[in-house]
Design a protein around this ligand. Structure first.
Ligand code: EPZ
Length: 420
C-alpha cells in the first residue's frame, strides 16, 4: 500500500460544521449502472477517491468515454465493445464484481478476474452467482469468472442473505432483462435505494415492497441522466465519532440524519447529546463517555460494520467495559493490535472484542490495516496526548476524499507527511 502517512497531534476537541463527500458505496454500483442503456450519464458530487478512479479505469477499458472535472464525471457508454473487465484494477477492487450484472445486462456475457478476498475477509460471491443464475445466467469458474446469458430474463430471485453486492448485481442484471423480477431478502442499505433512484431517473421501473423486497419491471429503455450523489453515511459517521472521541461539538449539514439512527442510538447510550434535524445532525460530547455493555454489527438498519472499528477507537477511553461483536465480516478486528500499541485494553475472542476503557491513549507509530481500520487509527490518534504517525494511508484514501482536509476544518492538528 502507498507509503504516504499522516501526522496527528491529539488532545484537541473538534468543533465546527462540515458537509460530507458523495457516497463511495452508492457511486460504485451507480458507475456500473452507467454501462446499461444509451444516453450520457453525468454524476455530480462524485467523491474523488481511489476506488472511483480504479472503477473509471475499468470503464475506459470497456470502451466508455469518460470526462472528469472535479467532482463531476461524464460517462458516454455507447462505445462499450467488450465484456472482459481485464486490467489489474478489476482484480484490485472488490466492487469490480458489480460489472458482472452490468455486463450481462449490456453484453449478454461477462469475464472478470476472481475478486480476491481482502483485508477484512474472504468475501465469496456465491450469493451473486446464485442470484444471476436465477435470472438465466450460466457460469464457468476457471481462473476467471466467465458468465453468459443469451436470454437474461426476469424472475424470482431469492437471496440466501441480504448481501449488498449481490442485491446490486441482481438489480443491474434484472433492469435490462425482459419481464418482471422480484428480489426477495434484498439488502436495505441506503446505497441500494440510491442505485434504484438513479436507475428510475433513467427510466427503469423499480420499487420496494412493504416487506422490503425489490420489484423490477425490466426491459425498459434507459436514457441520459444528470444525477447528484447523496452524502456518504460512513464518512459522516466517522467524523461524528471523531468529534465524540475528542469530546467536541460538531455538526454535519445537508445530511439525512435518519440514515445514522443506529449510531445516534449508540451515542445516546454513551451519554452523548445528539440533535437530529431534517437534514442536519449535531453531537456534543463534552461529558465523560459511558461504555457499551453489548453491541453487534448487523445489516441495515442495524449498526453498520463499516463503523465498528471507528467506534472501537472511541470506546478505548469510555468509562467501563464495552463488548462489540462483528457479525458481518470474519476478519475486521485488525485494528486491535495497533490500538494496543497506544495503551488500549482490548481482548478479542472470536467475533467479539471486550474493550476496557483507559483514562488516556499514548501516541505511537501506527500502520493502517484496511480502509475503516485506518480511519479508526486516526480517531485514536486524535485522542492521544502527543503526535502519532499513521502509515499505509493509501487504504484510507480508497474511501475518504481528504480526511486531513475535513478534520482540519474541524480544528484537528493533522497533516500529510511524506515519511512513509
Ligand atoms: C458492501 O460490501 C460494502 N462495499 C462494504 O463496505 C460493506 O461493509 C458491506 O457492503 C456490508 O454493508 C461496497 O458497497 C463497495 P455483502 P459487500 O455482500 O457487498 C458475505 C467499506 O468499508 N457474502 O453485504 O461485499 C461477505 O463475505 C466496505 O466501504 C457471502 O458470503 O458486502 C460478508 O461476510 C467494506 N457471499 C457478508 O456476506 C456473497 O456472495 C456481507 O457482504 C456475498 C457476501
Amino acid at each position: 500500500m502507498d507509503l504516504g502517512s499522516l501526522e496527528i497531534t491529539g488532545g484537541v476537541p473538534l468543533h465546527g460544521e462540515i458537509r460530507i463527500q458523495g457516497s463511495k458505496n452508492a457511486v460504485l454500483p451507480i458507475l456500473a449502472a452507467c454501462i446499461l442503456g444509451e444516453g450520457v450519464c453525468v454524476i455530480e458530487n462524485c467523491p474523488q477517491i481511489k476506488d472511483v478512479a480504479d472503477t473509471l479505469e475499468i470503464m475506459r477499458h470497456l470502451g466508455c468515454q469518460i470526462q472528469c472535472a472535479g467532482n463531476t464525471v461524464q460517462i458516454d457508454a455507447s462505445g462499450v465493445s467488450t465484456f472482459e473487465t481485464g486490467g489489474e484494477e478489476a482484480a484490485r477492487i472488490r466492487s469490480s464484481v458489480l460489472f458482472l450484472g452490468a455486463l450481462l445486462g449490456r453484453m449478454g456475457k461477462a469475464v472478470l478476474p476472481l475478486p480476491g478476498g481482502c483485508a477484512i475477509g474472504e468475501r465469496p460471491i456465491d450469493q451473486h452467482i446464485a442470484a444471476l443464475r436465477q435470472l438465466g445466467a450460466r457460469f464457468y469458474l476457471e481462473e476467471k469468472i466467465t458468465a453468459d446469458a443469451a436470454d437474461l430474463r426476469g424472475g424470482q430471485v431469492y437471496l440466501g442473505m441480504p448481501s449488498v453486492g449481490a442485491t446490486e448485481n441482481a438489480i443491474l442484471a434484472s433492469v435490462p432483462a425482459q419481464g418482471e423480477t422480484t428480489i426477495f431478502h434484498a439488502a436495505r442499505e441506503p446505497e441500494i435505494d440510491e442505485l434504484c433512484e438513479f436507475l428510475r431517473r433513467r427510466g427503469a421501473q423499480i420499487s420496494r415492497t412493504p416487506e422490503g423486497d425489490l420489484r423490477i419491471l425490466g426491459g425498459r429503455r434507459l436514457g441520459a441522466v444528470r444525477y447528484r450523489m447523496k452524502p456518504d453515511r460512513i464518512v459522516a459517521g466517522t467524523y461524528l465519532l471523531a468529534a465524540v472521541a475528542t469530546r467536541g461539538q460538531v455538526a454535519i449539514s445537508d445530511f439525512p440524519c435518519q440514515e445514522l439512527n443506529a449510531l445516534t442510538t449508540v451515542f445516546h447510550d454513551m451519554g452523548v447529546s445528539t440533535i437530529c434535524g431534517e437534514d442536519r445532525i449535531e453531537v456534543n460530547a463534552e461529558r465523560p463517555l459511558r461504555a457499551l455493555p453489548y453491541l453487534e454489527t448487523a445489516p441495515y438498519p442495524g449498526f453498520p460494520t463499516d463503523l465498528q472499528s471507528p467506534l472501537m477507537a472511541v470506546l478505548c477511553r469510555a468509562r467501563g467495559e464495552s463488548q462489540i461483536c462483528e457479525t458481518i465480516f470474519e476478519n475486521r478486528f485488525r485494528t486491535i493490535p495497533e490500538l494496543q500499541k497506544m495503551g488500549a485494553r482490548i481482548c478479542a475472542e472470536g467475533r467479539c472484542a471486550v474493550v476496557k476503557g483507559v483514562p488516556a491513549l499514548v501516541p505511537a507509530g501506527l500502520a493502517a490495516p484496511d480502509l475503516r481500520g485506518g480511519a479508526a487509527l486516526v480517531i485514536a490518534a486524535l485522542q492521544a496526548d502527543g503526535t502519532s504517525v499513521i502509515r499505509n494511508t493509501g487504504y484510507i484514501e480508497r474511501g475518504y476524499e481528504d480526511i486531513c482536509r475535513d478534520l482540519r476544518a474541524l480544528g484537528a492538528e493533522i497533516r500529510w507527511s511524506d515519511n512513509g
